[in-house]
Design a protein around this ligand. Structure first.
Ligand code: 4HQ
Length: 220
């Protein structure tokens, strides 16, 4: 069972994602356990403050070290061997091999989601790695964390059902190939026909056609 804890100011936005079909099923079969930790619960004072202005000046607010540290400590108490991952544009860019590695690792995950202009740098003393989902600036680490949760969970044993996926899907052979074109009913729609070989029942011919029609990644 893969344990994934998420530290966030917006735990509620994870609910519809982790309760959607594939991720819900993954929990049901015991492949994964998600735990949402609300950073606000570790806020300071009567207002449960979690953010403050940066020393030295500058725009926006930073998440303060004290609430971050308390939240991470609690997550580590729940799962002492878990790896702490900070969502950050400074991190390694997330890809399928990283997803596979995270899915295979025995240890749990603690996904730390920043908001505002980021986190007090001193939290790095608790962070094992940083992951970025790409070179663009988001308002928070929640969408990156959901991306990792989705990509990792579907790779856990039993989740996709059968032994499907791995070989057939994109990236599986290490080359950046996308899937072959696929069709379902009807055989003809507004004059657009399904390639006849796919209706032929000749498995060898179908495999050959699919291999010849794999769509290469668009690099423009
Ligand atoms: N962030 N991949 C969270 C990102 C980001 C990304 C900027 C991280 C804002 C608060 N995270 N801070 N790209 O844009 O992971």
């Amino acid at each position: 069972m893969k344990k994934i804890q998420v530290i966030t100011l917006l735990p509620e936005i994870f609910e519809p994602v982790i309760n959607s079909s594939m991720l819900f099923k993954a929990q049901k079969i015991g492949a994964v356990d998600y735990q949402l930790i609300n950073l606000r619960d570790f806020g300071i004072g009567p207002r449960q403050q979690v953010d403050d202005t940066p020393y030295g000046g500058g725009d926006g607010m930073l998440l303060m070290i004290e609430p971050l540290m308390k939240a991470v400590k609690q997550a580590k108490a729940n799962d002492p061997t878990a790896e702490v991952v900070l969502m950050s544009p400074r991190g390694q860019t997330f890809d399928q091999p990283i997803a596979e590695q995270l899915a295979q690792d025995e240890c749990g995950l603690i996904l730390l989601c920043g908001r505002y202009e980021g986190v007090d740098e001193r939290i790095m003393s608790e962070v094992d790695k940083m992951i970025s989902i790409g070179d663009y600036v988001l308002t928070g680490g929640e969408i990156p964390a959901m991306t990792i949760i989705d990509a990792v969970t579907r790779l856990l044993p039993g989740v996709l059902g059968g032994e499907k996926s791995a070989e057939i899907e994109s990236f599986a052979n290490g080359t950046k190939m996308l899937e072959f074109p696929q069709y379902t009913r009807p055989e003809e729609y507004q004059g657009m026909k399904v390639p006849s070989v796919l209706l032929s029942g000749h498995h060898g011919e179908i495999a050959k056609w699919r291999d010849n029609h794999r769509l290469e990644k668009n690099t423009d």
